[in-house]
Design a protein around this ligand. Structure first.
Ligand code: GLY
Length: 341
């Protein structure tokens, strides 16, 4: 109910837009809005994640710390799609992917990571303590343990256990079916689609701090019942997340395979560099996916959300049902994104 009260439609974004244009009056297109932090993140669960991020942003802290702490809330929760209790792969193992990027274009990533509670923090350690950007599988786990992260026992949440047992009855691998429509249970409750498949998703978060600096984070268990070893967009810098401190930041959610093939988040940032608004940049890349996928675009969900250097947020999805959580000093809302269909 809390979510419903705070929910606003994209069509009501006029007032939000006015709010942001007032906020930015007198600023040139490239001028960072110092002193006015903002954080946005994917789906309903973003509301709680944003609160944790705000504990840092609201006190003048760095966006990097905010986006790590924010998505840790979702990694801690027992939902279908993020963290150790999430939907497993088709062999019954939960494998986690995450990445993080800061205002200096430093970035770190882990993928196919098992039995570690906070992949986003391991991704940050990869960024800060290794000469590499990406560690995967047993190597990522070995690094995490060496860094002091405890090796946890895998324990599926009751919903994930139920969903997996249900899936095992047929064990049909059809590829990911991802949030074609949020049927009211929230994206982090395993939702059985009419097709009989189960949805999944991700938390992606991007933030601008009081210094006008950007960072982003993205973390997921990937597609439920995926092939063992499958990676989506979420751990891939440029696909699930991209930050360019001169321009802004973008993150993605939905079917990772189709985000990767358009280098989604990077492409959105590049369109913002050319002067498009965040919403229009996200829309253009969704349209690019539709041109590639043609009729098959009807069966998948992809969404992008972005903030530009003026601190203006925007998003666009392939299908209705995608919402993002937004928090500033004045507003804390869930915004229903516009969509292609
Ligand atoms: N977007 C998350 C995934 O495809 O794994």
């Amino acid at each position: 109910m809390v979510h419903r009260r705070k929910f606003i439609q994209a069509s009501a974004l006029g007032s939000l837009g006015m709010f942001f244009s007032k906020m930015t009056a007198g600023q040139s297109a490239d001028t960072p809005v110092k002193g006015k932090p903002i954080v946005i993140s994917t789906w309903d669960a973003g509301l709680e994640a944003n609160k944790a991020a705000w504990e840092i942003l609201g006190k003048g802290g760095r966006a990097l710390d905010a986006v790590e702490k924010g998505v840790m809330v979702t990694e801690n929760s027992q939902n279908c799609c993020v963290g150790l209790g999430a939907n497993p792969d088709r062999d019954g193992f939960v494998t986690l992917d995450a990445c993080i990027m800061d205002e200096f274009s430093n970035c770190g990533s882990v993928a196919f990571l098992e039995r570690i509670k906070h992949p986003i923090s391991v991704a940050r350690r990869v960024m800060e303590k290794t000469p590499h950007v990406m560690l995967v599988g047993s190597g990522a786990q070995q690094f995490a343990v060496a860094e002091g992260f405890p090796l946890e026992e895998q324990k599926l949440s009751p919903d994930a256990q139920r969903a997996y047992e249900d899936w095992l009855k047929k064990s049909e691998y059809k590829g990911p079916a991802i949030n074609v429509e949020n049927k009211g249970h929230g994206p982090f409750a395993p939702t059985k689609l009419d097709s009989g498949e189960w949805n999944h998703d991700t938390i992606g978060m991007v933030a601008m701090d009081t210094q006008g600096n950007f960072s982003g984070s993205c973390t997921t268990s990937g597609a439920g019942f995926k092939m063992r070893g499958r990676l989506g967009d979420s751990p891939i810098i440029g696909a699930g997340l991209f930050v360019d401190n001169e321009v802004g930041a973008c993150t993605a959610t939905g079917q990772g395979e189709d985000v990767i093939r358009v280098a989604g988040s990077h492409s959105v940032v590049e369109l913002m560099r050319q002067g498009l608004s965040p919403e229009m940049a996200c829309k253009k890349i969704i349209e690019r996916i539709v041109r590639i996928k043609k009729e098959k675009a009807k069966d998948i969900q992809v969404a992008f959300l972005a903030i530009n250097k003026k601190g203006i947020p925007g998003a666009f999805a392939l299908h209705p049902g995608f919402s993002y959580a937004l928090k500033t000093g004045e507003r804390e809302v869930l915004v229903k994104a516009k969509s292609y269909y």
